[in-house]
Design a protein around this ligand. Structure first.
Ligand code: PEP
Ligand code: MN
Length: 363
């Protein structure tokens, strides 16, 4: 099935947007006062477009704060009334979704743990069917792009066209500075499969700590993502969940001041001309690279035939080790990244061995 879905651009449901989509608010709503005070401060910043607040909190282990529950929906309604900001929360089952829709929330999002479960996503899709709610789908906890696409597809098939994907990082399997490591490859793959889908980044859950928020947010813009979800709290040190990664609305504004927003194009003919010129140089170099590779393949095949006549193996470990050392050294002298050169020659060598074994096994 084609995944070239007609998903709406953000502007369709947020016509006044003139900047990247910024969603901010506390990880969890805790009290009416905390909810409203945070919202009022955020609403003063024209860069904030949507207010978020977790009402039902998916916690990895039981016993931690699991959210205030349905009462939080009332507080979100108050935020909407008093600040005019659209409001949203996370839903993790049919009942949450029914309540959120009934409360008139503008946005619901599916959390990472739920996206990983097709049953849960379908349950939510069945409830949002026919509504005009914006549905945001966080990536699943594991870097499985098909699972992410599948969740988006379930929502789309329920007739929802206002969909946004959120990159919030993936569960790490080894030591990393991130709470959830960002896997940009998976995001690029999602963009390739669903070119119309707006994708934003959630640096808070990737970082796990305030200190990393700027770097991840900038990277998200450098990668052409269309917005950010950043957690904020009037007093992060007292937050009942995710205290280390939340910032005050004032610190959020400072972070936003430092970020460079990048665009798909510069709307500047001089820039376009120079970019075209540089790109045509890249195109010419790439075609030369391919021609050189094709000449290399001819020689590899000739060696294969020669080895076959002389009953010599296709793989010769010593030659391979020498070749790799030599190429890495040449690469270093040319200022090329060592890992890149190694991976490149591993690929080239693997394919050479494949071609030679094919020659040896033929006839
Ligand atoms: C959240 O947004 O507060 C949250 C729990 O998100 P995630 O599903 O990314 O863990
Ligand atoms: Mn959180």
């Amino acid at each position: 099935m084609s995944t070239n879905f007609e998903i709406n651009p953000i502007k369709e449901w947020l016509p006044h947007i003139n900047n990247p989509l910024l969603i901010s608010g506390p990880c969890s709503l805790e009290t009416e006062q905390q909810t409203l005070e945070t919202a009022k401060l955020l609403a003063k910043d024209p860069r904030v477009f949507v207010y978020r607040g977790g009402v039902w909190k998916p916690r990895t282990r039981p016993g931690s704060f699991e959210g205030v529950g349905s009462i939080g929906l009332k507080w979100l309604q108050m935020v909407k009334k008093e600040t005019g900001l659209p409001v949203g929360t996370e839903v993790a089952n049919a009942q949450h979704t029914e309540e959120a829709l009934k409360a008139g929330l503008d946005v619901v999002w599916i959390g990472a743990r739920s996206t990983a479960s097709p049953f849960v996503v379908q349950e939510i899709a069945d409830v949002v069917k026919g509504s005009n709610t914006v549905v945001m789908v966080k990536n699943p906890v594991n870097p499985d792009v098909q699972l992410w696409v599948g969740a988006i597809e379930r929502i789309y098939r329920a007739g929802i066209k206002n969909i946004v994907a959120i990159h919030r990082g993936f569960t790490p399997f080894s030591d990393t500075i991130y709470r959830n490591y960002p896997n940009w490859k998976t995001v690029i793959e999602l963009r390739r499969v669903m070119p119309n889908l707006p994708i934003i980044c959630d640096p808070s859950h990737i970082a796990g700590k305030r200190e990393l928020l700027f770097e991840i947010s900038q990277k998200a813009f450098d990668m052409g993502m269309e917005g950010l979800m950043l957690e904020s709290h009037i007093d992060p040190s007292c937050a009942l969940s995710d205290a280390a990664q939340q910032v005050t609305p004032a610190d959020l504004a400072k972070l936003l001041d430092k970020l460079v927003i990048r665009h798909q194009t510069a709307n500047n003919p001089e820039f376009e001309t120079r970019l075209d010129m540089l790109r045509s140089r890249i195109d010419a170099i790439d075609s030369e690279l391919l021609e050189m590779l094709s000449s290399r393949v001819e020689i590899v095949k000739e060696i294969g035939r020669y080895k076959k006549e002389n009953n010599v193996t296709a793989l010769q470990i010593n030659r391979w080790a020498q070749l790799m050392d030599n190429r890495v050294n040449i690469g270093k002298a040319l200022d090329l990244n060592e890992t890149f050169v190694k991976i490149l020659f591993q690929l080239i060598h693997e394919d050479s061995v494949r071609m030679q074994t094919e020659i040896m096994d033929s006839e």
